[in-house]
Design a binder for this molecule. Sequence first.
Ligand code: PLP
Length: 398
Amino acid sequence: MTRHALSYADWSGAEYRSVARSLLGGRVRQGRASTQLAQRLDADYAPSRAYALNYAHTALALALAAFKRRRPQRDVVLVPAYICPSVVSTISACGLQAQPVAVGDDLNLDMAALRQALEQAPLALVAPHMFACPLPIDAIETQCRAAGVFLVDDAAQVAGVRHQGRLLGTFGDVGLLSFAQSKTIVTGIRGSGGVLLVNDPALDEELGAACAALPPSPGRLAALLEFCWNYLWAERTGASGDHLERLLDTLGLRPADAGAVQARISNLDAGIALAQWPRLEGIVAARRRVAEHYHAALQEQQAIGFPQFAPGRYLARVMLLLPAGSDLAACRKQLRQQGIQSRLGYRVPFPDQPTTRHAQDLSTRLLGLPSGAAISAADSREICQRLGRILTQFHLKA
Ligand SMILES: Cc1ncc(COP(=O)(O)O)c(C=O)c1O
């Protein structure tokens, strides 16, 4: 039976060579790569200014603090009801209130719901392109400007990707990029890189100084080892990763709360990002192809949806929508037994309420399937056929 594993990153020899250079040169935290990455990002994203940090949510926290200083009477930050939970916890950690806005079937902000929410004079809107499915960010930029609401173009999942010719992340007041696993550019896990794009020149002096004051990221060697072992090499290392994690914990090599550490990107991670950047077009083209394969394979499986698909669209993950009432856990177990890895989407980080209900429903039915560059048309057909059989043969209904 062919095994189909999830892919969290697409590394070539260039990324490994960059790791070797940083290690052999004793330049894990600081070095030339950090400066070179900053120069590269500044050139690509001009006229926006780019600051390479450890997380996208470090960038978000700095931006929210700057917004709050300008509009101290406002506390509400709008986010889609379907969102990476770290965005919501970052907003709370800044002493602000994350308010969910309903999403559509494509997991992106619902435009009618957004228009209404903007009328309530929030401080800011965080607008992600979920799993790389692009938002109508130009229209959102116009609406936020008219409403006097700060806009964060959350391009965490789409570093280097353009929408109608313009780089995502450059709309609104600031933009975010992330280099953590399962994104577009992937350098590692937990704090392996995030970028603050300052699109409004009036914010640049303050935000540039805040970024420059941060230390370079600590603990990156252990994170690299964990990333390689548990993600990049997972097919070969299997469950031994759990043992490694316990060992790192015992040796105290893992920072206790890495998510809360605000830092600049390490030299190690900057070097990996630089090595991967020239391969971006190929990475995006391969995932477009894989999405097309799944779409074609699903023509035989009418009960399974692919709500984010559009011809020619790049998607960072293939997230399929199972029929209402499907038992997602049982389905994943059956797939696992047949050698097919799968994953869940995000849990909805809000209590049940009318604006979150659709996101909640989608999140209980979304299934992520293997979508690395190696997935062929035949692979996706086999995976979809097995999934279809599981859903019908086992009557996986709640
Ligand atoms: C849309 C979105 N925004 C922000 C983030 C936070 O990124 P980071 O982990 O680099 O802080 C994520 C992470 O998955 C994300 O998907």
